[in-house]
Design a protein around this ligand. Sequence first.
Ligand code: G
Ligand code: G
Ligand code: MN
Ligand code: NA
Length: 254
Amino acid sequence: LEFENDLRDALDRGELELFYQPQVEVGSGRIVGLEALLRWRHPGKGMVSPTVFVPILEELGLIELVGEWVLRTACRQHRVWRERGLSPPRIAVNVSGRQFLRLGFAETVERILTEEGTAVTAVELEITETVLAHDTDVCIETLRRLKRLGLEIALDDFGTGYSSMSYLKRFPVDTLKIDRAFVAECDVNAEDAAICTAILSLARGLGLKTLAEGVETPGQLEFLRREGCQFYQGFFFRRPMPVEEVERLLAEDV
Ligand code: G
Ligand code: G
Ligand code: MN
Ligand code: NA
């Protein structure tokens, strides 16, 4: 309970911050994106993982507020980097199911982008596939509106939820993110290899882009390259990093 109260105040106290993990094109090694990952610097407990506090934010009904803060912060960060001539790639922002399914989500996104002077091409939204299984009508309408604005959408943790393949046909998404559970042993385990290959083939057939998460070794990357995966992220390239580290990396890259 004390933890919950701390969490209620975390935003006001400036204890939330964004780390960023580069997303890389397999073929060229070029950085094409930065996934924004929320962090909570708890005064006593140190860095708390979003896997712990995002579900609590959802329960407390605070995820919309924090979600808007995340998008706005990513937009501002992108602007700061632009103004410094760092040519930032686009920023991928995670959106929780509750936030996404709330009426008016697309309008909220549009308003924040307008207020922050952010181009739609400067951000991408990540939603998990389980969102698609919930409120189908709201979901399709929201996705359509976001697409009409010109935003790209990635399906996060693909393959781990219980959504049916038919959703991929009906929902206008752009990228499948292969969950790291399948990537971890893709080069040594025949079953994981088969799952990755199947997802890549499905994406190709549907004209979707593919990004493998959690790439940690050259062997995994080699497998993914051979199987035609377009993008990856993971500790092998870089861990999620604080702003100053991202700046150093972008400066090297120019
Ligand atoms: O960043 P890891 O580094 O620990 O992230 C763990 C989980 O938290 C992932 O499932 C990730 O999608 C989720 N997450 C990270 N940042 C955000 C965020 O800004 N909003 C939401 N809703 N989830 C996030
Ligand atoms: O669910 P989502 O994909 O948004 O969250 C990404 C999560 O994966 C974050 O917790 C991030 O810190 C973590 N992550 C990123 N790269 C790697 C990796 O190479 N290995 C592992 N084990 N975790 C990773
Ligand atoms: Mn994600
Ligand atoms: Na994921």
